[in-house]
Design a binder for this molecule. Structure first.
Ligand code: ADP
Ligand code: MG
Length: 457
């Protein structure tokens, strides 16, 4: 979903504040290169940052340099998601504007849905948890459209579905340079379709666009649930591709039979191919994933205490994204605060402690928080998670979102889902607003401390 300008501004201010904190002992660096940057756009996983000069761009865009490393770490930390960073100067924007003025822009669908070259089979660690999914992906890549169509891969979040789709796309593209592969997230599909219906891209036909695709990769198909018009369109496109021997790969957070609010005819089409689950990796696989991630950060595995790596693999054993987040925190912490060559168990424990504290916290759930906030404000739970925007309900909702973050460290994306399908930027903005107001608003301070007290009972 598109991020509004106000949201972008708030997110960027938050990111800059963190960068400033990291660079507090080198404030000149912050002032020269970061202070007057701004967020130009967020499109899917691409963040484009407006910088003040070509020199600044040069400094920030080099992936092996400090500026880029600090920024990417802070962005990943704040957004809780992996983003690619691009940098642009005002001159480049002006040039682009001139170009678009001269040749009227040809509209293209999914212009920003590109394959991420960083996700490959080479850096996708194979284990019992995912071996079959990798085999099936390779099988269909070598024999597209004829064996299993569609291939349907499902797992809990953070276990590599998106990585696998991109790896498959990259592999296919290399193998068949003349063929067209398209990756799309279902969210993106829904948005583009809505845009199309609103007449924003009238010159092209949405269905025709798919005619040219040989391999279609659709991520998070569960997002189609309860979207009737988009489902109908997807059904048509799906049939059109499969009937003409083009390959489709779908991912989902649940098995086809568990998809609710999706028409039976679509689910039965999904079942015509092959469905494969991916599971949580065992400790040995988690350790191998950690090693791969260390190497891809251009660091040396031998600089990490093996007990420390085992500690990470065992404590972040449910979700590879969390494991990666923990490793990033260790790296960030040691580079910026410790300056140590060998990273020992104690340092590893120390750096991930805040993440674990929240994980292990009381047995509290998001539902408990919603219930308590609702009762404090004399509302119903469903008012809190509804779309209603009256100021009192919106305030209670913001506080509930803030408490989910603060007490449970619930990912923004999940909060968005729980609170009526709001997008991730809206949640970040709401949480930041409460954080800011809490500094001065005594009424809010006492409301939050009263709710917390009741929750801790
Ligand atoms: P999902 O789409 O299932 O939520 P992702 O594909 O986004 O999960 O994976 C989350 C992170 O974990 C990514 O950075 C990805 O590279 C990493 N990851 C997951 N599984 C593996 C694996 N088997 N090998 C290497 N990295 C992995
Ligand atoms: Mg994914």
């Amino acid at each position: 979903m598109a991020t509004s300008l106000v949201q972008q501004k708030e997110i960027w201010n938050h990111i800059l504040a963190k960068v400033r904190e990291v660079l507090k002992n080198d404030i000149h660096l912050y002032q020269s290169f970061f202070a007057d940057t701004s967020l130009y756009s967020i499109e899917n996983d691409l963040m484009t940052i407006l910088v003040s000069s070509p020199v600044c761009k040069q400094f920030l865009q080099q992936e092996d340099q400090q500026g880029y490393k600090i920024l990417i770490n802070v962005v990943t930390d704040v957004m809780e998601s992996n983003y690619r960073l691009a940098f642009i100067t005002q001159d480049e924007i002006n040039q682009d504007d001139n170009k678009t003025k001269k040749e009227p822009k040809k509209s293209t669908f999914f212009a920003n849905s590109v394959l991420n070259p960083k996700y490959t089979f080479d850096n996708f660690v194979s284990g019992n948890c995912n071996k079959e999914a990798i085999q099936a992906s390779l099988l269909i890549a070598t024999n597209p459209g004829v064996t299993y169509n569609p291939l349907f891969v499902y797992s809990k979040p953070g276990l590599g579905k998106t990585h696998l789709l991109h790896a498959l796309g990259n592999y296919y593209k290399e193998k068949y340079p003349g063929k067209k592969v398209q990756y799309i997230s279902t969210d993106n599909f829904v948005n583009e379709f809505v845009n199309y219906l609103n007449g924003n891209q009238a010159s092209e036909n949405f269905k025709d666009f798919f005619e040219t695709i040989d391999l279609l990769l659709v991520d998070d198909i569960q997002m189609l649930q309860n979207k009737k018009a988009t489902c109908d369109l997807f059904f048509t496109i799906f049939n059109q591709l499969v009937n003409s021997g083009r390959q489709i790969v779908l991912t989902s957070d649940r098995a086809p039979s568990e998809l609710q609010g999706l028409e039976e005819r679509l689910v039965s089409r999904f079942n015509m191919g092959l469905s494969i689950p991916m599971h949580t990796p065992d400790t040995e696989t988690m350790l191998r994933i950690l090693e791969k991630k260390i190497v891809s950060n251009q660091l040396n595995v031998s600089n990490f205490d093996p007990d420390g790596l085992m500690y990470l693999a065992q404590n972040f054993s449910k979700n590879v994204r969390d494991l990666e987040g923990a490793l990033n925190r260790v790296i960030f912490y040691t580079i910026n605060f410790k300056h140590m060559a060998r990273i020992d168990l104690e340092t590893i424990k120390e750096s991930v402690q805040p993440m674990l504290k929240q994980k292990k916290g009381v047995n509290l759930t998001e539902e408990d928080i919603i219930e308590e906030v609702a009762s404090y404000y004399n509302m119903t739970d469903s008012q809190i998670t509804s779309k209603v925007r009256t100021s009192q309900i919106a305030l209670a909702r913001r506080i509930a979102m803030y408490l989910c973050r603060e007490m449970l460290d619930t990912p923004y994306l999940k909060i968005g889902k729980i609170f009526g399908g709001r997008d991730h930027s809206t949640v970040i903005t709401a949480v930041l607003k409460v954080e800011t107001e809490l500094k001065t608003d005594t009424q809010m301070q006492s409301a939050i401390s009263a709710i917390k007290k009741r929750l801790k009972k």
